[in-house]
Design a protein around this ligand. Structure first.
Ligand SMILES: [Zn+2]
Ligand SMILES: [Zn+2]
Length: 130
């Protein structure tokens, strides 16, 4: 397959140097500078991390949490999640203090959740799943 060429500088584009707007045929460094105030935030990038929460150290997995972040690919402005309580809710949805990370309780289809013994999070360990 032929390598795409940057429309501005004419050099080959790779997934590394043209992450933000490959469809525009411009390197990240060759993109026009977007003012976050002028940007209409039309091209967004979402990232999700899912953590397994164990019951105590080495205990069985009993909760899963998806952490979602959204940034504008044009101006890199982070998005805030609206209407969620701040903190962690293992039986629902919450948002980080800065509002930029939604923490959503998720579970496999058909999985029956056992009630939490306490609402404290001190005993949990989180493992990242990519
Ligand atoms: Zn270029
Ligand atoms: Zn933007």
């Amino acid at each position: 397959m032929e390598q795409p060429i940057c429309m501005k500088c004419g050099l080959v584009m790779t997934p590394q140097n043209a992450r933000r707007h490959p469809e525009l045929f411009l390197h990240d460094g060759c993109l026009p500078v977007y003012d976050t105030k002028k940007c209409e935030h039309e091209f967004l990038e979402a990232s999700v991390n899912v953590s397994c929460l164990h019951e105590g150290e080495g205990g069985p997995v009993h909760r899963w949490q998806a952490d979602v972040r959204i940034v504008c690919r044009m101006c890199q402005l982070p998005f805030r999640f609206i209407g969620l309580p701040a903190g962690v809710d293992l039986d629902g949805a919450a948002v980080s203090i800065d509002g930029q990370e939604a923490r959503l309780a998720v579970a496999p289809k058909g999985h029956v959740l056992t009630p939490l013994e306490s609402t404290e999070c001190g005993g949990f360990t989180a493992r990242k799943v990519q």
